[in-house]
Design a protein around this ligand. Structure first.
Ligand SMILES: *Cc1c(COP(=O)(O)O)cnc(C)c1O
Length: 360
């Protein structure tokens, strides 16, 4: 790590791989002989067209997305998809929602405007500290889709299995996309805001089975219609060019690290190191139950808000930043996305142990 950088544990926008930042800097004044940066060029220019096409191809190849599915580069964050999904796929009827955290809850609330939301399960009663088992899912017979959030960024839980449902699966993968292989053919739609594990904020990637397009409600804005966006290859209007370019650099870096298989190995190693340390701790306890724990966001606390705050300051003094948990969950949260080097996790483990020695 470069000396004046910190280990940034922010949940999002979050850490990007250092080689990616360096390459972006090197290409900033003159990208591919254009004499300008990607921020300054037309989205219809030959250089950007090349970048756009390459990014899509790289994304398809790295996640092994079958030809049945289209890749869209959209804006509006993950939150716009909370509305776009029911507008495009619900047909004014029923959809099943698994509520395992704040974002799936928000998505379910938004969907209520467009049809009937059936709550297939909720973990609210235990503070969203776990993921339900398949047998706990109450599926409706006529659901247009089954919606879930693969990784609960705020509470630090992650689905360890793909639910079995008759309805097409719709999944928010904002905080764990590209961290492991995914059998995309099992999904009707996958989406992810870029700013957790992929690129800067401003880009949302949607992967959609093309058979699901063309069912939108009549008043769906053009910009939110999957069919329209597929027809225009995401270029109905100006796309988030810089973010798409940054994603292409991240995908190059990811490929060098062994692709999603490489990422999976690394994330398991990072998470194990941190969970083992916290399991052994006599001061800190983990929020998420074993079997439901996220490899991306590790949530823990001492049980005393003042001690938590002291630990957060203690870590920040050592160059470990943004460990404060989300305000609705409290405590600490260490986001250990793809770009977090193992040294960052080692530094956090050392800091936890040092702090603990002073407090127990
Ligand atoms: C951050 C996050 C969101 C919200 O993303 P925005 O881009 O801010 O709308 C939704 N879902 C998950 C899982 C997230 O981590």
């Amino acid at each position: 790590m470069t000396e004046d950088r910190v280990y940034n544990f922010s949940a999002g926008p979050s850490i990007l791989p250092e080689p990616v930042l360096q390459r972006a800097r090197a290409e900033l004044m003159n990208c591919r002989g254009s004499g300008m940066s990607v921020m300054e060029m037309s989205h219809r220019s030959p250089v950007f067209t090349e970048i756009f096409t390459e990014t899509k191809e790289k994304f398809r190849s790295i996640l092994r997305i079958p030809e049945t599915h289209e890749i869209l580069f959209l804006q509006g964050g993950a939150t716009l998809q909370f509305a776009a999904i029911p507008m495009n796929l619900m047909e004014g009827k029923t959809a099943d929602y698994a509520v395992t955290g704040n974002f799936s809850n928000k998505a379910a609330k938004e969907a209520e405007k467009y049809g009937t939301v059936h709550i297939a399960c909720s973990t609210a009663d235990t503070g969203h500290n776990r993921i339900p088992q398949q047998e706990e899912l109450d599926l409706s017979a006529d659901a247009k889709y089954f919606y879930y959030c693969a990784n609960n960024t705020i509470y630090g839980t992650e689905w360890q299995y793909v639910p079995e449902t008759a309805a097409p699966l719709v999944c928010d993968m904002s905080s764990d996309i590209l961290s492991r292989p995914v059998d995309v053919s099992r999904y009707g739609l996958i989406y992810a805001g870029a700013q957790k594990n992929m690129a800067p904020a401003g880009l949302t990637v949607v992967i959609i089975d093309k058979v699901l397009a063309g069912r939108e409600l009549p008043y769906t804005p053009q910009i939110m219609s999957y069919e329209t966006m597929i027809k225009h290859d995401s270029l109905l209007n100006t796309p988030p060019c810089w973010c798409i370019y940054m994603l292409s650099l991240v995908l190059d870096w990811l490929k060098e690290q062994g692709g999603v298989e490489g990422m999976e190995q690394l994330k398991k190693a990072r998470a194990k190191r941190l969970y083992d340390c916290l399991e052994e701790s006599r001061l800190f306890r983990l929020h998420a139950e074993p079997g439901s724990r996220s490899d991306m966001n590790v949530t823990f606390r001492t049980g005393n808000a003042e001690t938590d705050a002291e630990f957060i300051r203690f870590a920040a003094d050592r160059g470990l930043t943004n460990l404060k948990g989300h305000k609705i969950a409290g405590g600490m949260r260490a986001s250990i996305y793809n770009a977090m080097p193992m040294e960052g996790v080692e530094a956090l483990v050392d800091t936890i142990k040092e702090f603990e020695q002073k407090h127990v």
